[in-house]
Design a protein. Sequence first.
Length: 521
Amino acid sequence: MRLLLLLNCILLAVAASLAAAELPTVFIAGDSTAAPGNGAPVQGWGAPFAGYFDHSKIKTTNRAIAGCSSRTFITGGHWDQLLAEMKAGDFVLIQFGHNDGGAINEEPPGSNLPLRARGSLPGLGEESQTIDNVITRESEVVHTFGWYIRKMISDTKAKGATPVLLSLTPRNLWREGKIERGSGRYREWIHELARVAGIEFIDLTRIVADRYQAMGPGKTAELFGGDYVHTNTAGADLSAASVVAGLKGIRRGPQFGASLSEKGSAVEADRIGWLDLPEPSNPGLPTLFLIGDSTVRNGRGDGANGQWGWGEPLTQFFDTAKINIVNRAVGGLSSRTFLSEGYWERLLGLLKPGDFVVMQFGHNDGGLLSDNLRARGTIPGTGDEAQEIENLITRQRETVHSYGWYLRKYIREARAHGATPIVCSLVSRKIWKDGRIERATDTHAGWARRVAAEERADFIDLNELIAARYDELGPEAVNALFADEHTHTTLAGAQLTAHIVAAALKMLSGNPLGDLFAAGR
């Protein structure tokens, strides 16, 4: 009897082991910012990450190695070890860059740092360099950062597994009250690698940096383990939760919701990752930020369904060696929901003295104050009246203000950050009345003008400028500029609007944008 019981236990253990082996696994490939660490004072996010998953449904395996770059993770044999464990149906989270900017074969002269020989060649190209490695004493062909990441992507796909690229965790470095949002260009490069490969990208830099920015330097410092790169246990858990938020925010790729633990299920999904909202590519330059609705930026700003906002082609009218053009407009939003859904607060985390904020709202402000579909309307006019509502979308109480109240808030807070606000009236729709394009002079266009005048802010009457141009062109020519019935333009229509915006910006009193325009435009 005892023998039968023992045999039964063995069989159950074997069955459990086989079942576990068949579960999909989420692997982590990265450096010390993800590696286990010692918890006191340093911990990587890969350690607490496991607690966000139900291990009866999915396994997590952290293969991040402290000190590794994308290059040495491969040349050190760590990638081959991970590949040996990988099977079809698995997932691999790939995050490198912190160590890729180091010396390729030795530290700079005069440095007291130990020899590393871990740097990769910068960029995404196919360049290579042959060296005699000072550590291994062997000849080695060193490739670009992009080459190593592409190899990991290709190898993962060949195994039938799914690669997911992550941008770097932010370092605890602040400048003029803003958290650093990228070490070198690695965030940009890994984003581009994901785009070209057609795989998912989680902008961990942005998710975590937004959290740090809201917390401020003092509270953020409490999450680091003695230096500005490595988090402690609490910081690692914040980063791990941010990775989970990014995974939950994936729309058209792998879904992880059913595999999460109770802790993982409680994490709010990253709702904005799919929008691919840009940030200043060179934080040292002034930035022209655009805020508004889909007529400024449609969807991801990639021309889906043939629809383009005017913010994308506006870039070509500026000298991008002197200024960043950053289009943060979001389709479907009104002046109210751009604020209530957190988009304005995120922009303030990027805004600095010398920047510009061009704002254009109105198309979506005329909706209902509360319904179960949008709940985005504002009170008509520019007054100080307000109305308490039960928001049927958020299920929370909300104080709704007038259209003008929201514009005034944006103007004043932009100025408080040292930036220059520029108000635009809403672009004209393709609606003809008595042979002319219908204007919104008595509603949102007029209200925008009034607020700008009262606040002594620059004003561009796009509603009139574009309507006048459409009147000149006539219905047949204007039809070709629209991708839908009357609101969203084609690329040609967006380019026409951008040209009008750029010309109007040049004509502003005092020429606030000076010599920032592109030569000949």
